[in-house]
Design a protein around this ligand. Structure first.
Ligand SMILES: N[C@@H](CCC(=O)N[C@@H](CS)C(=O)NCC(=O)O)C(=O)O
Length: 248
């Protein structure tokens, strides 16, 4: 059985803070409709994907942060997720513990958010490239771990990862040519953009040279207010744990 928490998980609401007013606050803000367990904002690429999908869905959620520096608290929070992995979404008593499943679930819950393209062929295409990211590119993920605070000019990319980079940039070019950009499936970001966002940050961290179309796509992703918010929070994280300097 799990032991009692020594460190309380940090819970942060993503809703806008109420403005101060002279009148006393009569009632506390209603609880967020959902919560998501997340790990390090600097290192956890799956946390970023899940969080971004929830943001794109317009979900009102609280972040339950898994501490990176307290083993017991970490164990306890991760046990909230049946897979013992992050992200895990809790929404009205329903738990969803896999990033793609979170995307599919939120598309059902927020059908007007545009998480998946409306056209059936585009939707199938979107699901296929999300699946590729979800189950593949292990060489890229091993060779270039997400590290938002990192900056490694001249980094030698392992040959096997070159193949992944080639495939990913082909996916991006095809999508942008087919749907007109600036995002993968048109003028608004969708689940696919969230799935590939941590690849964009890796390309920047490790100075991976890409063609003009992919470079413009990277800029588009980095200009998203949600990405700015996440990266600003990542930069404030104090943990720089060597063992986390790997895909996790
Ligand atoms: N396939 C899973 C991958 C999730 C995953 O690997 N999460 C990593 C963090 S990026 C994790 O929870 N690792 C264990 C830990 O942080 O202790 C998904 O789509 O959500």
């Amino acid at each position: 059985m799990a032991t009692a928490l020594k460190t309380r998980p940090q819970v942060r609401s993503t809703a806008a803070k109420p403005k101060r007013s002279a009148a006393p606050v009569k009632s506390a803000r209603a609880m967020a409709e959902a919560s998501i367990t997340l790990s390090s904002k600097n290192y956890s690429s799956w946390s970023l994907r899940g969080w971004l999908i929830a943001k794109l869905a317009g979900l009102d959620f609280e972040e339950v942060m898994v501490p990176t520096d307290d083993a017991n608290a970490r164990k306890e929070i991760l046990l909230l997720s049946p897979s013992i992995l992050v992200p895990c979404l809790s929404h009205g008593g329903i738990k969803v513990w896999d990033t793609l499943a979170i995307g599919e679930y939120l598309d059902e819950v927020k059908p007007n958010a545009g998480l998946l393209p409306t056209d059936i062929a585009a939707r199938a295409h979107c699901r296929a490239i999300c699946g590729e990211m979800h189950s593949g590119f292990s060489s890229l993920r091993a060779a270039l771990p997400m590290n938002l605070k990192g900056d490694f000019p001249g980094y030698k990319v392992w040959a096997k990862a070159e193949g992944d980079i080639e495939r990913i940039t082909t996916i991006w070019r095809n999508c942008i040519a087919q749907y007109g950009g600036p995002f993968l499936f048109g003028d608004k970001p969708c689940i696919a953009d969230a799935m590939y966002a941590p690849v964009v940050t890796r390309f920047l961290t490790y100075h991976v040279a890409v063609d003009r179309v992919c470079s413009a796509y990277c800029k588009q992703i980095m200009a998203m207010s949600e990405m700015k918010e996440w990266i600003a929070a990542a930069k404030l994280e104090h943990e720089d744990i060597e063992e986390l300097d790997m895909e996790f």
